[in-house]
Every structure is written in structure tokens, then in C-alpha cells.
Design a protein around this ligand. Structure first.
Ligand SMILES: [Zn+2]
Length: 179
């Protein structure tokens, strides 16, 4: 399957590409070629890690400062990224870690310490929050909220160093991953 994208229909004012729409696109099992060049995209969902058949991904001419680390997990033959903001000149600004939300840190602490057994009667809204987690890019454990986002450069098959965005579940996990 080949998709040439104009992202107008799936854009949000906030991020440039609706998370749910792009996530659904990346779930297509036969998606092999995706061209979303020149769409003013500021963000590519890490759901791209699910696009296991994707061979060609063209994202040139957008507003990207980082690429999602999920790209590293798929066997791309061609990745076109020219005319974005991926140059090392911009990395210093992105490298600064943003603090995690207290509620997200508390949820992680609750789950990691298996406190459900100790406190079985927790309110439904808290239970919902505990169940709505993603996956940590570093330890593959639960990730609440945005996690600790950080940039790691990796060389692609052509020797080009590109910045990838990872989300760690906690400061300890982040430290463990980078050392
Ligand atoms: Zn983690």
C-alpha cells in the first residue's frame, strides 16, 4: 500500500498531525510507502514503530526537530528527511529535560510497587488513570503521561546522524538507559 499524504484533514493546531489519525495509519499492515513531505508537520507519532511493512518514509520539508525513536525499530530502506530542523545546531535546545507531572510519577510509583493489592478499593477515576499508560521507550515498562522526553542521536544506514526522541518512565530509568 502506498500513501501520499496531505495532512490538512488530520492536523490539529497544536501538533500538526492528529495523534489518533497517524496512529491508525501506522497500524495498516501493508503500508510500505508513505510520503508526507511538505505538510508543516511538527511531530511524528511514535506509533510508527507499528508500521512493520514501511520501507519508504518521506518526511522532507516539514518542521521536525526530532524523529520518533520508533523509526529505529522498523526496517526502512529509505528515509528522506531533508529540509527539516534536524541539524545538530538545534539539538541543544531539545536536549533539556522537561519535568514530569506529579500525578504521572505517583501512578508509576503505585504500579511499580504493586500497591493495587494493598489498596484494592481505589476510586474509579484513579483506576482509569492507572490503566491508561503507554510504553517506556527505555525499559518497555509502563509510561504515564509524556514521560521524560530526551534526545539521542543515532547514525542511519547512510552514516547520517539524526536526533531521535525517547520517552523514559522515570529519572532512574533515563539515567540507567544513557549510562
Ligand atoms: Zn522506563
Amino acid at each position: 500500500m502506498t500513501v501520499f499524504g496531505r495532512a490538512e484533514n488530520t492536523r490539529t493546531a497544536e501538533r500538526g498531525w492528529n495523534y489518533k489519525e497517524s496512529f491508525r495509519l501506522f497500524m495498516l499492515p501493508n503500508l510500505e510507502f508513505l510520503d508526507v513531505s511538505y505538510n508543516e508537520l511538527e511531530y511524528i507519532s511514535n506509533g510508527i514503530r507499528n508500521a512493520r511493512s514501511l520501507n519508504y518514509f518521506i518526511v522532507e520539508g516539514n518542521l521536525l526537530y526530532v524523529l520518533p525513536c520508533g523509526i529505529l525499530k522498523i526496517p526502512l530502506k529509505r528515509l528522506k528527511v531533508e529540509n527539516n530542523f534536524l541539524h545538530p545546531f538545534f539539538w541543544k535546545e531539545i536536549k533539556q529535560l522537561q519535568p514530569q507531572r506529579l500525578g504521572d510519577m505517583a501512578a508509576l510509583c503505585f504500579v511499580q510497587n504493586n500497591l493495587r493489592k494493598r489498596y484494592p478499593g481505589i476510586p474509579e477515576d484513579i483506576q482509569k488513570q492507572l490503566d491508561s499508560c503507554g510504553t517506556c521507550d527505555c525499559c518497555l515498562g509502563p509510561l504515564y503521561g509524556q514521560g521524560l522526553g530526551f534526545l539521542r542521536p543515532y547514525r542511519n544506514i547512510y552514516g547520517l546522524r539524526l536526533p531521535y526522541l525517547f520517552s523514559a518512565c522515570s529519572p532512574a530509568c533515563y539515567m540507567n538507559y544513557i549510562t
